[in-house]
Design a binder for this molecule. Sequence first.
Ligand code: SF4
Length: 248
Amino acid sequence: MNGYNTHVGGRLMEIYDQLLAAVGAESWWPAESPLEVVVGAVLTQNTSWSNVEKAIAALRERELLPQGSGVTPQQSAAAAQEAGRRILALPEEELAEIIRPAGFYRLKARRLRNVLAFFDDVCAFDLVWLSGSRRHDDDTLRRALLRLGGIGPETADDILLYALNRLSFVVDAYTLRLFARHRLLPVACTYESVRSMFMQALPRDIELYKSYHGLVVRACKEWCVKRRPSCPTCPLGRGLWAGVPQMH
Ligand code: SF4
């Protein structure tokens, strides 16, 4: 790790530790199965999580998602396969109506079908097997997801990290907001440059990535809101006003 990464890494870990100490571990992503993470990652595009929850509930009601986690990995895989193939068997318009609360429902129905067809093809919906498969490395999987229609880097990274347990840092609007306010984003602020910054500076630890993203989401919902952030009461408030060094 070079000096720049060490410096940024130290600052990023400081922020993580402060948030963790203040609010404790955040279990993000909220889902009952890896397949539900995949579905939620598509549904959450351009909408709030509360709308996603309504669409997920509608899918659950129709038994189109695995119910809870299976007792054995084989049972979980079989339940995911059954649910995934049921969704794929639905006419696209019917699926769109079910997920309507998530907004952009026709578009999302198509995207959902694309991504589910991909997982049927690659692993017959056995996402637990795929998560440990050496035949499919992280980058190859990421590139394959990004080639699917309507799957951008944030959705791909949500799926990689939370459904497949792969090392891939998720950058979302919350991440950009919080780290821009702390002047920690790279000059050329693209999705890939911000993701690289985190991945080069942080330890290569999947659980850390998951927990970090969860804490950023929590901080942005509670203190670092879009307008009028509550810095004086935020666990990161002192660091901000003490003059955080500019990274570029
Ligand atoms: S609320 Fe203020 S101190 Fe807290 S994360 Fe946002 S900018 Fe930083």
